[in-house]
Ligand binder design. Sequence first.
Ligand code: PEP
Ligand code: MN
Length: 337
Amino acid sequence: MIIVMSPNSTAADLEKVKIKIKSEGLEYHLSTGTSRTIVGVIGDKKAISNLEMHCCLPGVEKTMRITEKYKLVSREFKGEDSIIDIDGIKIGGPNPVVMAGPCAVESMEQLMESAKAVSEGGAQFLRGGAFKPRTSPYDFQGMALDGLKMLREAADSFNLKVVTEVLDQRTVEEVAEYADILQIGARNMQNFQLLKEVGRSGRPVLLKRGLSATIKEWLNAAEYVMSSGCDDVIFCERGIRTYETYTRNTLDLSAVVAVKELSHLPVIVDPSHGTGRRSMVRPMAKAAIAAGADGLIIEVHPHPEVALCDGDQSLTPAEFNDVMDEIKRLSQILRGE
Ligand code: PEP
Ligand code: MN
């Protein structure tokens, strides 16, 4: 349920509403808009009905039931787009954010070259997996803690932020120490314990869409993160599995539009995993921005031919520069400049 406070309600009115919610054993989540505060109430259905019957407190304009199972994530709960601010870098809003770097952290040298290339291209985030979810247990699994340290050092050297995947509940704290955004990979989108743990970590979360997840399942996964205390969730469309095998996945750009209709949270697109083919990254990156995506996450490797993973879909620094030039021009056109 959401409780809409009237524009002239006082802080004391809001305090009383919070106390009432707590007294029913429920949790609340505040969304402070320009004119109104909205209180999202989550918890047991019966307790919510009870609260609804008794919620005619001063300052309350109206109460509304959110019909969907995802609540905090929904547009009904918050009408305006959420903009996530990470030390002044805004995700959502008029300028697309770009996260770029290798699939996996392989060495300090590789990472420094990558960080230099992506920062020169204009990316704000360095990506790279220190913990890799690989289909085969015999494939390179990542450099773990050493990789996290390298990511931080390389990013700091080029004034970049770090986004990296956390694979396991037990390493959330460790990854949160080095990363600015915790990435939940496609294979873990419905790992509910992990979602709750990253929600409690205090870090923003990049939530990739599961390989065969419906849009509503994806929204519900984000609800797990938000209801655990994290307001800053970013969706990432990275392609879904279909009958098509020419591309690694089928990049579902309609999902960008759907999620923006259903949720206030930002959505970025991963054209690298979405296609699996270097030649397709640039056109799909442009298409994603044209479809309304708030940003991109792109694999870039200084020497894709020797990459330990996903070399076929990784751009060279020169190719990345070209994509960035086009994205900048496209964004200007979309903003009407
Ligand atoms: C990645 O971004 O490194 C990755 C493994 O992606 P996904 O979870 O989308 O497969
Ligand atoms: Mn990859």
